[in-house]
Design a protein around this ligand. Structure first.
Ligand code: PRX
Length: 644
């Protein structure tokens, strides 16, 4: 666990109680909600009643550790809850999605519009042979069609697997194979800083030789000339022209798969995290309404891409189930200028902003003049997610974006948890910069030592979750053993998050980061093994070890220590070539910041790489315990190398 962070956080003693004018109007303003949720089954059952069910459940929870089933026997459809149920009154004309393109083009879809598009696409998918249970891979930019595709899949009961558009062809291929998708939905490209990303070319490359992929549905976005292979490839807009407007939502069992989402783990292969329908929707809709204090008139902007869990839970399913108006933005914060986010907030009068600490640190670095040049007075609540936020960035966000009047909800959760697990409730909880504060009502967490013994206040250890919650992952797709060992193998019967945390004397939680070999770059989890496999795949590389070093903007940056194969000459351009190789294999998000060539890696006598020492070297610290090293000389020469 990272000790220096630990100590820095201990010094944080600022406290921000809810402001009176916020609390009086808040959806929740009494501590009572926590005591009411002590009986968590009763609590979740009560929340489930806020959704529309085709058939009621017979049993709230069946917990056969480590397997949970929620709302057994209940029949529900996620697309119906996000769309149809808002059509019976004036909400049908409420803006569901406000889309802002990178190029400045924009589009508004009301709930009625979205329902129509989703129904049509659901019929297109059916006509292409997609049936209930079939997996559909979605590889799109952040455009309305991405949301439409997810909801169309949900409508007919076809689990989706959304792959972030920044992933490479190889990463996409691996995910298509693992999910055994027959259909891929992609676009002719997506805009990123003015250039078009070749999504269709990547898809072509990804599916080469995969006979199970029957169709590729292609959205026209950039207008760039691309190759279409008939009859496999079909233009989205042409198929939609002929599609029927009516497509009743399929009644799904509460435990039917809603989606698979791949995330990094400690071994090379990404894990297909499985989420089911009923419990997931109950979890994300309840947390969305309470944590963001959602009001009918809010304009809510979550800056995440749908390729990540935040996009699934708090851009699509949570807010749309709650009938919210959601802003989606295709581009980056600095294109065509560094005030783009603030311009969007002013343009659409955004009232709730949910973004990542890495973005906040970047804005801080760019300077206050960008937000100060815009009127941000529409904002009333701010949120963060993805990694610990350093108190300095918190204070900047509070002051320059929230004008010292907006509460900040620092939300801790994971792809696996599906929903926010630790967070302030903005009308109730006093905030401490850098702390995700306390568990959401109905959630029981515990910090334990390595033997699983609970630790008392003031101490740091392993963050565990003691009892099932409705939006929890159900398994790892096609690999239940991995599910059991990764999440329930360390502390039997208890979910282990992979994070280290401490709780302070007030019972507030401070997440310190991962304790495993997964690093968090710009709020995205990257398995160091994946990057190492990509490096070793290069013909020049014999062995590689990756670690995360602290980074001002990204939180952590990837550093790779590489040994070359015998006889390979060290060329000047090899570093760039290896970085490019990782980008090709995984995507730009995994590009190492530094590559260091070394003749040897520090290993134990049994041959295990000691990453802890590599981290010490990369961060320029005094070396920790070196007694287990097989060859102590390796580290000292590495240290010299790095300091050069
Ligand atoms: O280490 C924690 C960090 O991000 C991990 C989950 O990553 P992922 O599954 O990609 O989901 C990110 C979006 C939910 C966690 O194990 N993390 C996430 N939110 C926070 C956080 N660390 C500290 N504070 C947070 N608010």
């Amino acid at each position: 666990m990272k000790k220096e962070k630990f100590e820095a956080l201990l010094q944080e003693d600022r406290l921000f109680p809810p402001k009176e004018e916020f609390a009086v109007k808040a959806n929740l303003n009494s501590e009572q909600v926590y005591s009411e949720a002590e009986d968590s089954m009763n609590f979740w059952e009560k929340q489930a009643l806020n959704l529309d069910w085709f058939e009621p459940w017979q049993e709230v929870l069946k917990w056969n550790p480590p397997y949970a089933q929620w709302f057994l026997g209940g029949k529900i459809n996620a697309s119906y809850n996000c769309l149809d149920r808002h059509l019976s009154d004036w909400h049908r004309n409420k803006a569901a999605l406000i889309f802002e393109g990178e190029q400045g083009d924009s589009k508004v879809l009301t709930y009625q519009d979205l329902h129509r598009e989703v129904s049509k696409l659901a019929n297109v998918l059916k006509s292409l042979g997609v049936k209930k249970g079939d997996r559909v891979t979605i590889y799109l930019p952040l455009i309305p069609e991405a949301v439409i595709s997810m909801l169309a899949c949900a409508r007919i009961g076809a689990p989706h697997s959304v792959v972030f558009g920044g992933f490479s062809a190889e990463a996409l291929r691996e995910r298509i194979i693992d999910a055994q998708s027959k259909i891929v939905i992609t676009a002719d490209g997506g805009f990123r800083r003015g250039t078009a990303i070749p999504l269709k070319e990547n898809t072509d490359q990804a599916v080469r030789g995969l006979e199970d992929v029957e169709h590729i549905l292609v959205v026209r976005r950039t207008g760039k000339c691309i190759e279409m292979e008939e009859p496999r490839d079909i233009w989205y807009d042409e198929a939609m022209k002929e599609a029927d407007l009516k497509c009743p939502a399929e009644p799904m069992d509460a435990e039917d798969l809603l989606f698979i989402l791949y995330t990094s783990g400690t071994t090379g292969k990404p894990k297909g995290i499985v989420h089911t329908t009923g419990g997931y929707l109950v979890g994300v809709s309840t947390t969305h309404k309470w944590v963001f204090d959602l009001k009918e008139e809010d304009v809510y902007w979550c800056t995440a891409d749908v390729g990540w869990i935040t996009g699934h839970s708090y851009l699509v399913y949570g807010p749309l189930a709650n009938g919210a108006t959601v802003v989606i933005y295709e581009g980056t914060p600095d294109y065509p200028h560094k005030g783009r986010y603030w311009e969007i907030i002013e343009k659409y009068q955004v009232s709730i902003l949910y973004t990542a600490p890495t973005a906040i640190r970047t804005f801080m670095k760019w300077g206050n003049e960008y937000p100060l040049a815009h009127n941000l007075s529409s904002l009333r609540l701010l949120g963060t997610v993805g990694e610990p936020i350093n108190p300095e960035a918190w204070m900047w966000y509070y002051k320059y974006i929230g004008s010292e009047s907006c509460p900040i909800v620092d939300t801790w959760w994971q792809t696996e948890t599906g929903m926010i697990m630790m967070t302030p409730l903005p009308g109730i909880t006093s905030l401490k910069p850098g702390s995700c504060t306390v568990p959401f009502p109905g959630i029981k967490v515990e910090i334990v030592d390595s033997s699983g013994n609970p630790l008392s206040k003031g101490m740091g250890g392993y963050l565990t979750i003691r009892q099932p919650w409705p939006a929890m992952l159900r398994t790892v797709y096609g690999d239940p053993k991995r599910y059991e060992s990764t999440y329930f193998g360390n502390f039997p019967g208890v979910y282990f998050t992979g994070d280290g945390a401490k709780w302070d004397s007030d019972g507030y939680y401070w997440v310190l980061g991962r304790v495993d070999d997964v690093i968090n770059v710009s709020g995205h989890r990257i398995g160091t093994m994946e990057v190492e496999s990509a490096l070793v795949d290069h013909p020049a590389v014999a062995e590689a070890a990756c670690i995360g070093k602290n980074h001002d903007i990204k939180g952590q940056a990837l550093v790779a220590f590489v040994t070359l194969k015998e006889g390979v000459e060290l060329r000047d351009d090899l570093i760039e070539e290896l970085k490019a190789h990782v980008v090709e294999k995984i995507g730009a998000l995994a590009r190492p910041e530094d590559i260091i060539f070394t003749a040897e890696l520090p290993k134990t006598r049994s041959g295990k790489i000691i990453r802890r020492l590599l981290r010490d070297i990369a961060e320029g610290r005094a070396l920790g315990d070196t007694t287990t090293l097989a060859d102590a000389a390796v580290v000292s020469s590495l240290k010299e190398l790095y300091e050069d």
